[in-house]
Design a protein around this ligand. Sequence first.
Ligand code: PLP
Length: 422
Amino acid sequence: MTGNPTCMPSASLDGVDLHALSACVPTPFYAYSADAIRRRVEGLQRALAGLDAQLCFAVKANPNIGVLHLMAGLGVGADIVSAGELWRARRAGIPGSSIVFSGVGKTADEMAAAIDAGVWKFNVESADELSLLQAVARACGVVAHAAVRVNPDVDARTHAKISTGKAENKFGVDIDEARRWFADAAHWPDVRLDGLHAHIGSQILELAPFEQAMSRLAAFWRELAAAGHRIASIDVGGGLGVAYRAGMDRPIDPADYVGAIRRQLHGFDGRIVLEPGRYLVAEAGVLVTRVVRVKAGREREFLVLDAAMNDLQRPALYDAWHDIHVLHEGGRPRARYDVVGPVCETGDTFARDRDLPRCEAGDLVLIAGAGAYGASMSSNYNSRPLLAEVLLDEGRYAVVRRRQSLAQMAENEHLPTAWSVA
Ligand SMILES: *Cc1c(COP(=O)(O)O)cnc(C)c1O
């Protein structure tokens, strides 16, 4: 999707005509191009050739089982942060041996489920979590493999809400504490602490913060190796940014990114893990929506869509920009719109004062860059059912999530007829 960012040269994605598709699948819905996902995965895999490296897709970016199944077929593993994501990854056919488990709040039950599924590595984020993992591994009669998530204290120069590698963030431990964990390894006989992990944030468009974090990990690995600790894996996290504004945002070239890995981790003889989420799926996905009406306000004109902030939260949550394309024949004059949804919040705004072709009710509109942190962050706010997701592949489509029905939306709710005492 290049060229004029507000007027699609063609209304098709991955060989599927979106007008025709919207006649079969009612709007709003998410559509993902399998081909675009494959190209991202294979581009990274090519850059990694010759290294002992494993891609672990960050499931939270897009947990649809159809998407995870596509990843599994490409040899991509999973980076999970909950028992729910573990369940999805396993259902999609991703083997436990290529799953890493991250997150600051792992519970004993989640650890036990992960051990049961044969999860390859726990990315441990606190001493308390390490003690709990020891207890759970002992109870399960296994040795759990763990990496320490180091907070490398680098500024990823991204949005504050998606920065995770600064000293003040809740993630990971500092290198002094990590050093003590290795020195005290005898305290955790049922945990094999043999990995290092860092993840400094998301939507990063500059190589320097990555390289700085990798260099800190590498220095720590060399120090630990010199002290006799065998390090079997170094996980460099995710965070690769994407082009939310076509022609403006410049994503890092995978060859440059992997070049930094090769430079910084030169001589490392263990496995290198990458946890990209957004990079693999964001640009492969669009939110397909329709204009409900054009409302002229006193100061500006509003384009009211049938999609809303509950379907795609990023603009409301992060002030995120998404390119918007109107799918109708050319020749209409331009207009400036605030592009909004029907939800009862002023924050339900996809774009302000956006230059677009003049629209009318029924026009099909695409919100681009919606394949990551779109459906995965959606909610039922305003009692709007979760929307459908469609996978496109070379002219064909498959509905990989049906739109939720009203009954499904409320299926666990009951009138208070049976009262209990706790
Ligand atoms: C969210 C997350 C990722 C993926 O981040 P992206 O910016 O989507 O690549 C990777 N690793 C961890 C630990 C995460 O929390």
